[in-house]
Design a protein around this ligand. Structure first.
Ligand code: GCU
Length: 425
């Protein structure tokens, strides 16, 4: 320690006192200063890794899209298995008098294997009444159990592992009545139904409880322990959303060709990855998804690849950690994740006070995905500069930055509904 410079020695003493290693400490020191964003060069979505330029949609679909998708699979999120043979659905409740008679509430039990040991997942669906036919639907995962999205007493309380939240009286990771409707403000259910859309949701912990348990619970218990290029939790949740769509395809009240996958934060990352892989989804919506979602990794603003892999080691595949200290060596960046959805519409939303998720980096991803939309003769966001607060922009790529913090609000939903009206109706 005697050879160290005084500032270094001081930091080492502090970090030792609070029990952090120096590298952990440097992780905490995120950059929130735009002038300190390093110079970077983004990989070109339309140039193959061998240098070949892509000029047709045929080559994008047949060559470059595959190359990019395979890289994200192998080195970022991890590969998932196919639809399991034992997958089964059972409608366990169907109530046409829900929400004061305004809606149909349906619950579908999803099981994944024939064995008695199958995990159980419960999908909740609300449908508007008196419609002309099958309805376009938003599919989205929730963070704390289906019963938290609305006070409706008919929603089953999740029996899966949940986070212990003191305010809701949750101990021993078991949900209870007190959390019913606790997350209501994030779910504009009445608005969605009034506009003629259905809403389907599933608790992400039904698929894979969100903690680093070595992949032994949730649906992972049916599969061998993941290899370094196999599914982390984000891939697992995405796989779960595809299984939900497998059900929606069988439900005659739902137009399965018009399902938008939407998610917030870590589940916004998940929505983007779901839509990138599963082309049955007609639209993709990312709400405040940040690092590993819509935000460009190379900007290293707010949360970085190294930070996210350290704080949440189970989210991505192990291969991704190779890039912790060399994001510029990634042959992809997150604009290419957006581009994987093309020509399907994608909406990206940021929040003004959400620096951790790098709102500007989220906008730029949408902007730089535009090249691929243009190849299809479509317009992306249509503006080169991030718009002002609360001013939505965009064509096939929609974008807004909303006033306020990291959250999902009625304002966000209003924009998603307008975007869906334009592209799904
Ligand atoms: C943390 C994490 C983010 C993530 C967020 C969330 O803040 O750093 O990457 O998006 O949790 O999911 O709420």
């Amino acid at each position: 320690m005697t050879n160290l410079r005084p500032t270094h020695r001081f930091l080492l003493t502090i970090t030792t006192l609070i029990g952090l290693t120096m590298s952990e400490f440097s992780l905490l020191a995120a950059n929130y200063d735009e002038t300190k964003v390093p110079k970077y060069e983004l990989p070109d979505p339309l140039t193959m890794r061998d240098g070949t330029r892509i000029t047709t949609t045929k080559d994008w679909i047949g060559k470059r899209r595959t190359e990019v998708l395979e890289f994200f699979r192998d080195q970022v999120y991890g590969r998932s298995p196919k639809r399991p043979k034992g997958l089964k659905f059972k409608v366990i409740q169907n109530d046409a008098t829900a929400l004061d008679g305004q809606a149909i509430r349906r619950e579908v039990l999803i099981t994944f294997a024939r064995k008695e040991e199958t995990p159980e997942a419960n999908m909740l669906i609300y449908l508007p009444k008196n419609t002309d036919g099958p309805v376009p639907t938003f599919l989205t995962m929730n963070f704390d159990g289906n019963h938290t999205i609305h006070p409706d007493p008919g929603i089953s309380i999740t029996r899966s592992w949940v986070r212990n939240i003191k305010d809701w009286g949750i101990k021993n990771n078991r949900a209870n009545e007190r959390s019913r409707g606790a997350k209501r403000s994030r779910w504009a259910i009445e608005k969605i139904l009034n506009r003629g859309y259905g809403l389907a949701t599933i608790y992400y912990g039904d698929i894979d409880p969100d903690y680093d348990d070595g992949f032994s619970n949730g649906v992972h218990r049916l599969y061998p322990k993941p290899k370094p290029n196999e599914w982390g939790s984000i891939s697992t949740w995405a796989w779960g959303l595809s299984r939900c769509l497998d059900y929606l395809e069988t439900d005659r009240d739902i137009n399965a060709k018009k399902v938008a996958v939407m998610g917030h934060s870590r589940l916004g990352k998940t929505a983007l990855w779901t839509g990138a892989q599963d082309e049955r989804f007609a639209m993709v919506i990312s709400n405040n998804s940040g690092c590993g979602g819509a935000a460009l990794s190379r900007r290293q603003f707010g949360e970085t690849v190294k930070r996210i892999n350290t704080s949440f080691p189970h989210w991505f595949c192990d291969n991704f950690t190779k890039y912790n200290d060399r994001v510029n060596d990634l042959p992809v960046d997150q604009h290419m994740l957006i581009a994987l959805a093309a020509p399907r519409p994608v909406y990206i939303a940021s929040a003004e006070k959400d620096d951790h998720a790098d709102p500007k980096g989220e906008f730029l991803s949408g902007y730089h995905a535009g090249a691929v939309y243009e190849l299809f003769g479509l317009k992306g966001v249509g503006v080169a500069k991030q718009p002002k607060i609360d001013q939505p922009v965009g064509h096939h790529v929609g974008y807004h930055i909303r006033a306020g913090k990291h959250d999902v609000t009625d304002f966000d939903w209003e924009q998603y509904l307008n975007f869906a009206d334009r592209h799904l109706k």
